[in-house]
Design a protein around this ligand. Structure first.
Ligand SMILES: [Cu+2]
Length: 149
């Protein structure tokens, strides 16, 4: 009986880990350079809500090497990043009320973490979505694809 309980518990732990991984929750790391730890996120509409956990593993403060996670349609990246530049750090380098922005996190510096959740049901499986960092000058290098399935 004891063994049986252990097996059941073990299975529950493993299946919880697998479902968390496969995945409506994503871990993305950044550092003191212009790079996300992954350049592609594949997320399922069935998730309903998707959460991006962003962790800055570097040392530099956010006014020097800040990073965030901003999601737009591919066609809007440059315009949103340009408008974000003049919005300033206090606005997370995102223009206030920018309707082209699907989701964005705050800007974080070394040692900090943040997360952003968004509804994926409204997104289309046939469109191209890009995530990028809107810190001035970063969006050229810091970007990746959000693939909606
Ligand atoms: Cu950045």
């Amino acid at each position: 009986m004891k063994i049986f309980v252990k097996v059941i518990l073990g299975y529950a732990v493993i299946s919880t880990a697998l479902s968390a991984q496969s995945s409506c929750d994503f871990q993305i790391a950044v550092g003191d350079n212009l790079q996300f730890s992954q350049d592609k996120v594949v997320a399922r509409k069935a998730c309903g809500t998707v959460t991006i956990n962003l962790k800055h593993e570097g040392k530099l403060p956010k006014n020097m090497m800040g990073h965030n996670w901003v999601l737009t349609h591919a066609k809007d990246v440059s315009a949103v990043a340009t408008d974000g530049m003049s919005a300033g750090l206090n606005n997370q380098y995102v223009k206030a009320g920018d309707s082209r922005v699907i989701a964005f996190s705050e800007i974080i510096g070394g040692g900090e973490e943040t997360s952003v959740s968004f509804n994926i049901e409204a997104l289309s499986t046939s469109e191209d979505y890009i995530f990028f960092c809107s810190f001035p000058g970063h969006f050229y290098a810091m970007r990746g694809i959000l693939d909606v399935t």
